[in-house]
Structures are given as C-alpha cells and as structure tokens.
Design a protein around this ligand. Structure first.
Ligand SMILES: Nc1ncnc2c1ncn2[C@@H]1O[C@H](COP(=O)(O)OP(=O)(O)OP(=O)(O)O)[C@@H](O)[C@H]1O
Ligand SMILES: [Mg+2]
Length: 375
C-alpha cells in the first residue's frame, strides 16, 4: 500500500503505517492552515480520491459543501479541545452524501503550530451491513421455498404435456387439435418459467474471467437488441485483476440488470457501466481485502417506491409482462460468488452495484495488478 508515504505526508513508515493502511476508519491529518497532510486508504475510499491528488489541498476543496464541518475544525484548532460529533451528514463532491461519526483531535506540533487528526467512520455503511446479513439469509430462505415449489410443479407438468400429445395423435378434428396445441404450448411456457425459478443447480464453474470482457459482451448483446435510441457508456478501471468466476453466470446476472434498465427506459436513454476496486469491504460478516465493484446506472424513471423494499424477491414485478425473476436470479448468482447486489433509485437515476470479492479464490496475478494502480 503506497497511499501514505513519508515523503509527502510526514507520517512514518513501519508498524503504525501498516495499522493506518488497514484501518476501516478514515484517518486524515490537516496542518494549521487546514491543508490536508495525509489520508489513509480508508479515507481515500470514503472520499473516492487518491492521496496523491488531494494531499496539500485545503479542506474546503475536499469538502466544498460542508462549511459547517470546516468551521468546526477551525474552532478546534483555536480551542485545542478535541471533539466528537455523531451522525454528521457530509456532502461529498459528485453529489454523494454520507453519514459519519467524526472525532477531531488537535495535535500539538511544536514550532509549526498545531495540526488536526480527523477520524471518520461511515455509519450509514455500518447500518446497511447489519441489514445485508439478515437480507442475505432471507433471500436464501426465499429461494429454497421457491425451488421446492418449482420442482413440485415440474413433475406433473411433464405428464400433462405427454398426455396432451397422445390425445392430439388420436384426434382427427382440426378444431379439437387446436385445444391440445394450446395445452402443449402453455405447458412449455410454464416449464420455461419453472426452469428459470429453479435456476442453476450447479455451483459456479470458476475460471479466470476478465470482468470487462463480460460487460462488453452484455453491451454488445443489448445493442443488437436495441440498435437505436440507447447509449451505453463505459468507465472501466483498466487495472482490475481477473476474477475467478463463472463467466456465463456473470453474463446472465449483468444482463438481467441491464435489461431491466432498457425496459424501464423504454429503450431510450443512457446506461453507464463502471468498474472500480474497493478495499476492506464487508459482505455479510466477511471482510474482504479487495472487492470488485461493478456499477450499472440508468437515467430512466426509477424503481417504483412501493417495489423498492422487495425488488430482489422472486415474482416481484412492476411490468405487465414481467415474471419478476430477473433480479432474484442475478442476486442468486452473485451470492454464489460470495458477492452482493444493491441499488439506489430515484427518478432519472437508478444505480445497481455488484460487489464481488477478489480474495474468495481470486486469480493469483490479481493482487499485483491492483497494487500497480497505486504505484
Ligand atoms: N433500472 C430499473 N428502473 C426501473 N425499474 C426497475 C429497474 N430495475 C428493476 N426495476 C423494477 O423491478 C422489477 C423487478 O425486476 P426483475 O428483473 O426482478 O423482474 P422483471 O424485469 O419484472 O421480470 P423478468 O426479469 O423476470 O423478465 C421490474 O419489473 C421493475 O419494475
Ligand atoms: Mg427483469
């Protein structure tokens, strides 16, 4: 990890450096003029910046919309009294807002005047993580019920279809044959639905997968389906390592999400696909050193408010012709890869985020490629 370096931050190397690098709390230091002197990797993740770019900059440019915090830090410098504030709402550049617990400690710094140590813990994230865990359990239970039910439907369905076929052979009247054809057609439709509900029994067949190749594949498929009116923009992190994953399943998961966007936008609008790396990210109760983040964003009407709570449940749909299985299947696939999908949605802005841990059997070359990004 090279985000905090003694040459540009004044922080020392060694064990304390390692601790700083691995903390999940964002730790920032400012000089007496409130210029940033160091930021640890958790801080870089929180602000989505690189230390190289922001060290040396004034606090006001890091947090242009948080005047109150700037003022409080100034007061702390003057009063030399540490303070802690809980549940502070921070507006970050790029219209992001987070809620943090914040502790500010003045550090006497001899002749150069005081400096400030600022610790930020994102609490909306913690709240969500607690939810994730019970949510994952609930979804797994749900899928088990659904699979059981689907199996029960599938068996008699075969008999039904077979009997209709036999009957059809006995019939000479064309009009009557129309009825048996309907039975066979509907039985096939139901079997397709049930197959989708049961999903793949197989564990993912993991091979090194280039996630950008997966996204590009989906992009091409969608652009063939919708050649005009839709634009798909990409913003990829080229240094992402390969992922050990089931390529076909990943394509399916991403496709289900992108198709929803296309359908919601009525094939008119812009979809953005973005990839990034997350450090020290927790999924369920496991913390992962490196996690892949895939974002799929659209500027469609947004997910109806009343659906949002249940959108990953099977059979929940807002479309007249929807089966409500797409997201449930996508979530299932991503869960099998140890990952998680979440979303946020308001009119003109819906964002689905897929997290896939890279250390859950990730490809060996991966770490090196990722470290390169910071080197
Ligand atoms: N990007 C989006 N914008 C607006 N609404 C969305 C978006 N993604 C999902 N939804 C809503 O969530 C519902 C559930 O999606 P899901 O993919 O699970 O099922 P479906 O699309 O209705 O059916 P299926 O995917 O099985 O054909 C959709 O019907 C839609 O109402
Ligand atoms: Mg769908």
């Amino acid at each position: 990890m090279k985000s905090i370096r003694p040459d540009n931050t004044g922080m020392s190397n060694g064990p304390s450096q390692r601790i700083l690098d691995n903390l999940t709390t964002a730790v920032l230091t400012f000089d007496g003029a409130l210029r940033l002197t160091s930021i640890n990797p958790a801080g870089e993740m929180l602000f989505e910046v690189s230390s190289k770019k922001v060290v040396g900059q004034p606090l006001a440019s890091l947090l242009p919309h948080s005047q109150r915090l700037v003022k409080t830090l100034k007061q702390t410098l003057e009063s030399r009294h540490p303070f802690t504030a809980r549940g502070v709402r921070l507006a970050l550049p790029g219209a992001r807002a987070i809620t943090v617990d914040c502790t500010v400690t003045p550090l006497p710094d001899g002749a150069r005047g005081d400096s400030l140590l600022v610790e930020l813990t994102q609490i909306d994230r913690l709240l969500r993580l607690a939810r994730d865990e019970s949510m994952l359990d609930r979804q797994a239970a749900n899928r088990a019920v659904m699979r059981g039910l689907a199996h029960e439907v599938k068996n008699p369905l075969g008999g039904l279809r077979g009997a209709a076929q036999l009957l059809e052979q006995e019939l000479t009247d064309k009009e009557l044959k129309e009825y048996t054809r309907i039975i066979i057609h509907e039985a096939d439709r139901l079997r397709n639905l049930v197959d989708r509900m049961i999903g793949s029994h197989q564990l993912p067949k993991r091979n090194p997968v280039n996630v950008h190749e997966v996204l590009e594949h989906v992009r091409k498929l969608i652009l063939v389906e919708v050649p005009v009116g839709l634009s798909i923009e990409r913003n990829y992190d080229p240094s992402l390592p390969e992922l050990l994953a089931d390529r076909e399943q990943l394509i399916q998961a991403v496709l289900n999400i992108v198709r929803n966007s296309v359908q919601a936008m009525d094939s008119q609008g812009t979809i953005r696909m973005r990839t990034r790396i997350e450090r020290q990210f927790t999924i369920g109760n496991r913390r992962h050193r490196l996690t892949l983040r895939i974002e799929i964003e659209d500027n469609g009407p947004g997910i109806p408010e009343e659906l949002q709570e249940h959108i990953f449940y099977p059979m929940v749909t807002g479309r007249a012709d929807g089966t409500g299985l797409g997201l449930s299947i996508a979530q299932d696939i991503i869960n099998r890869h140890g990952g998680l999908i979440e979303f946020s949605s308001r009119p003109r802005h819906t964002l689905f985020t897929i997290y896939l841990p890279l250390d859950a059997g990730s490809h060996g070359a991966g770490t090196a490629a990722t470290e390169k990004r910071h080197g």
